[in-house]
Design a protein. Structure first.
Length: 326
C-alpha cells in the first residue's frame, strides 16, 4: 500500500468515524431523549390522575420514553401551574391543563396568565349537567325550569360544587343568558352539592354527572339538560343547550396538555401527534367509555384559541356580575 493510498484510507476512516459520532449526537438530541414529566394538579387517585395515567401509558409506547406522572395538588392548580411555567420550555415538563385555569386567569388579580403557557392538545372533557329536586321543582324540561325561575325571581336556590368553580360561573352565566334571577349556593365539592339537591336543600344543581347520576337513579333529582351546545356523546339521552332553547349557552369542563411558554414548534407538533394517537388507542377509548368521559383531540391552535376565548368570557362575566371569585 502506497503512502498516498494509506493516507486516503485513514482520511476516509476518519470521516466515517466523524459521521457516526455526528449521527449519534443527533440521535441523542432528538426529542424525546429522556423521560417526560407530566404534572397533575390534583391528588393521586383523583379521576384526572387516573385518566392521564392511562393516556400516558399509550404516549410512552408512541414516543419511546417513560411519561412520569407526578401529582402536585394544591391551591386550585396554582401550585402545579406556577411550577410548570417556571421550567425550561424543552418539552420535558408538561402538565394536565384544565378549564379551571382559564377561570383563575380571569380574576381581577390572577396569580398567573394561563394564556402564556404552550397549549398542546385538548384531551378529554364533557358538559356539566343541570338537575332539579323532584319534590320541590316540578319542571321536566329546561324551558319549564326557566319559566318557573322567571316567574319567581330570587326564590330558586341553584347549587354548585364551590365558589369560583366552573359550576359557579356556569350558574352565573346561565342567569345572564336565560335572563333569570336564581340564588347561587356554593357547596364544598361535587358530592355535597349533589346531596343538597337530592334532599331539597337546594332546588337545582350545576354539577358533573358522576355525582348526580346516582341521585337521579334513586328518583331524588331530575336531570334536565347538558350544558354543552349539543348532546354529549357519552350521554345522548340528555338534551343539550341548543334544543333546550339556549343556543348562546355552551359550557364544558375540559382537560388537556400544556407546557411552559415558548416551547419549540417541532417539539409541540411531536407531542400533539403522540397524544392525538394515544386518545384513539383502544385502551384509552375503553377507559373513556367506562368512566363516561368524552375524548377530544385537537391541534395546538384550537386549544390555544379556546383558552384565549374562555379567559375573555369569564373575565367579562366576573366584571359585569361583580362576582367575588375566591
Amino acid at each position: 500500500m502506497t503512502t498516498r493510498t494509506g493516507v486516503r484510507l485513514v482520511t476516509l476512516a476518519a470521516f466515517s468515524l466523524m459521521a457516526i459520532l455526528a449521527g449519534s449526537v443527533l440521535a441523542q438530541g432528538a426529542f424525546p431523549s429522556k423521560p417526560i414529566k407530566l404534572i397533575i394538579p390534583f391528588p393521586g387517585g383523583d379521576p384526572a390522575d387516573m385518566r392521564f395515567r392511562v393516556i400516558a401509558e399509550q404516549v410512552r409506547d408512541i414516543v419511546g420514553q417513560p411519561i412520569v406522572v407526578e401529582p402536585k395538588p394544591g391551591a386550585g392548580a396554582i401550585i402545579a401551574t406556577e411550577y410548570v411555567m417556571a421550567q425550561p420550555p424543552d418539552g420535558y415538563t408538561l402538565m394536565a391543563s384544565t378549564a379551571s385555569q382559564s377561570i383563575t386567569s380571569a380574576k381581577a388579580n390572577p396569580p398567573f396568565d394561563f394564556r402564556k403557557m404552550t397549549h398542546i392538545i385538548l384531551a378529554v372533557g364533557g358538559p356539566l349537567f343541570i338537575s332539579v329536586n323532584t319534590q320541590n321543582m316540578k319542571a321536566t324540561t329546561l324551558k319549564e325550569f326557566i319559566d318557573y325561575a322567571r316567574a319567581n325571581p330570587g326564590k330558586v336556590n341553584f347549587g354548585s360544587y364551590g365558589s369560583g368553580s366552573m359550576g359557579h360561573l356556569a350558574v352565573e352565566l346561565f342567569n345572564s343568558v336565560a335572563k333569570v334571577d336564581t340564588t347561587h349556593i356554593p357547596y364544598k365539592g361535587s358530592a355535597a352539592d349533589a346531596l343538597a339537591v337530592a334532599n331539597g336543600t337546594s332546588n337545582a344543581s350545576m354539577n358533573v354527572l358522576t355525582f348526580i347520576s346516582p341521585q337521579a337513579q334513586a328518583g331524588k333529582v331530575r336531570i334536565l339538560a347538558a350544558t354543552s351546545l349539543e348532546r354529549s356523546n357519552q350521554n345522548p339521552e340528555i338534551p343539550g343547550m341548543r334544543e333546550s332553547g339556549l343556543p348562546d349557552f355552551n359550557v364544558v369542563f375540559w382537560q388537556g396538555i400544556a407546557g411552559p411558554g415558548g416551547m419549540p414548534r417541532d417539539v409541540v407538533n411531536k407531542l400533539n401527534a403522540a397524544f392525538n394517537a394515544a386518545l384513539k388507542s383502544k385502551p384509552v377509548v375503553d377507559y373513556a367509555n367506562k368512566v363516561k368521559i368524552n375524548l377530544y383531540g385537537s391541534t395546538p391552535e384550537a386549544v390555544t384559541e379556546l383558552v384565549n376565548r374562555e379567559v375573555e368570557v369569564w373575565a367579562k362575566l366576573i366584571r359585569d356580575a361583580r362576582l367575588t371569585v375566591e
